[in-house]
Write a protein that binds this ligand. Structure first.
Ligand code: NI
Length: 184
């Protein structure tokens, strides 16, 4: 099932999410649907709040970018109840976009390396270190679970430049190639 993607201006994107456990109903179906929703929108990551669910879950498949970012080869995963436990002092800047903010892309500075603990889709505890573009995608999705979006990281001037796009979005005036909704 393809979900509509919740856009900027929807309160659920600003809420802190809650952890889930094995009893969460039809979790494997939900994860599969999140991948399908992400592929349908040509995304490389999708967090549960982006389909209106305030839970600690995101999916990533960045394999399509492996040509430019070799570390992304085969990088397809679901992250349940993730926790970033280390971040490098070293920062990197790169352009980002988000399925919940169609038509906006801005340069964001983030730690170049992180260590993260999470459960995989079988509820096995994992701990991974990610660098460069992998680390960026993980941090972008992780932000969604904290009620943040990537433009929170940009300068007030850059935010000002996007002001009309953002206010239109928050009124539900969005045009893009996948189905979106403003969830009030
Ligand atoms: Ni996003």
């Amino acid at each position: 099932m393809i979900y509509p993607i919740v856009v900027y201006g929807s309160p659920v994107l600003r809420q802190e999410t809650v952890e889930i456990d094995r009893s969460y109903p039809e979790l494997s179906k939900l994860i599969e649907d999140m991948f399908d929703t992400m592929y349908n929108a040509d995304g490389i990551g999708l967090a549960a709040p982006q389909i209106g669910l305030s839970i600690r879950l995101f999916v990533i498949d960045a394999d399509a970018l492996a040509e430019d970012f070799p570390e992304c080869k085969g990088f397809k995963k679901a992250f349940i109840n993730p926790q970033i436990i280390e971040e490098s002092d070293d920062l990197e800047s790169y352009s980002e976009g988000c399925l919940s903010l169609p038509g906006i892309s801005e340069t964001v500075k983030r730690p170049s390396k992180i260590r993260i603990k999470y459960l995989n889709e079988n509820f096995e505890l994992c701990e991974d270190v990610y660098e460069h573009f992998q680390a960026r995608v993980v941090q972008h999705e992780y932000d969604h679970l904290q009620g943040h979006v990537f433009i929170d990281h940009i300068s007030p001037i850059r935010r000002q430049m996007n002001k009309s796009k953002l206010s239109n979005m928050a009124k539900g005036k969005v045009r893009c190639h996948y189905r979106v909704k403003l969830q009030k």
